[in-house]
Design a binder for this molecule. Sequence first.
Ligand SMILES: [Zn+2]
Length: 473
Amino acid sequence: MNARKTWPSRAVLDWLEHLLAERYGHAFSLQDSGGASVRLSLPGSPAAIEIDTDATTFARADSNLPHASWAASREGWHSVLGKPLPAPGGSRLRWPLIETTPGGYRIHYDLLGLAYWMLTRQEEVDRSDLDVHQRFPGTASHAFRHGYLERPVVDEWLHVLGQVIQRLWPHLPLRQHRFAIRVSHDVDRPSRYGFCSTRAILRVMAGDLLKRRYLRSAWLAPWVRLNSRLMLHPADLDNTFDWLMDTSERHGLTSAFYFICGRTDARRDADYEPEHPAIRELLRRIHARGHEIGLHPSYATYQRPQAIAAEAARLRRVCAEEGIVQDAWGGRMHYLRWENPTTLRAWEQAGMSYDSTLGYADRPGFRCGTCFEYPAFDPVAGRPLKLRIRPLIAMEETILEPLYMGLGRGEEALRKFAELRERCQAVSGCFTLLWHNSMFDTQAERTLYQQILQGAAPCVPPARAATVRLSRA
Ligand SMILES: [Zn+2]
């Protein structure tokens, strides 16, 4: 089935209603007004906002949509970032874009279609322009090509819609969100020397000694390896778990650690097993300190739902054996490998609560156009999924490493993180940051990480967001 037939199907409108309820705290109704627009209304009120629909544009699975921008202030509206709003899919926008009508307002831009297109990643369905890891690259996206990848474009438009709602129903208090930070750590390598083969340890030691000049670490490697049988060694460079938890706790945050529980690619997957006594001890420690454990499906699983389900079951089993109970299980794909909608469906089938894969490896920013967590939707089957998406805004490697942006460990990198964080803050969203436990070799990396977290606040748990739906009944 293709999305053109589903837009705006009742399933899409229901999903959008859910989205608006989470955002504004009210159960708005969305009705198809006969193909050209969608009518947004509030039960018990005769007023309505008509929003133009553009099914042809937002059903497209390519990145060649037209693009325009809209100067909100010229029409007396406020742009939350103080800049003209990007209007993907728009070619010649009408002026005024937002008009008063006898019954309320009319918006001549399909901002709901935009939300659908960005949030479901309709743009990425069946794409073949992929990178060496078969990932859809940020640089191929419409957002990057038109310079708005670092803008939460859906949140910006929902902020405008919020203003229209408030003008139409001035006594309706809209939900106020609070900016928050969420930190997560993909555990690709929990120990530098503890689990690798004899050949591998010689290679790592040589690299540490000659290339990276970590003399003490290399010298201690055999000792560390011998003493990692029951617990990760304190002198192991990658054993940053206590430091990460200390740092999160100082900022009132909860760290999420995502573990690899399978091996589908010998070269790219981890060298540890979740059943290893030192990993079991680590899992117990993370849980005892109130932090989160999650899944990091191995390299070749992104198109194999059964493999993801098996790895999820393995993590749950090991955790159960250690007496670890969590209400929800989430995580992120290794290498951010993700195919739409295969990987999403796989996460749902594996009984996971959320996926936090959706950021690009090659560029930071707003792959989904939002920094808010939201319910997933399958754009190919045209149905909602029992899964939430927690968009990833920045992975440390994307900004730091020469392979991607290469901004180093200093001021330039900090500015980029700060800019992204400020944009999340401007829309009162959530800045989701991925920093691997094995990326703290130097003091500069630790300092940078701490600077990014200054003034952090924890994200609202999804359970609270879910109450909106219940209040509708
Ligand atoms: Zn990984």
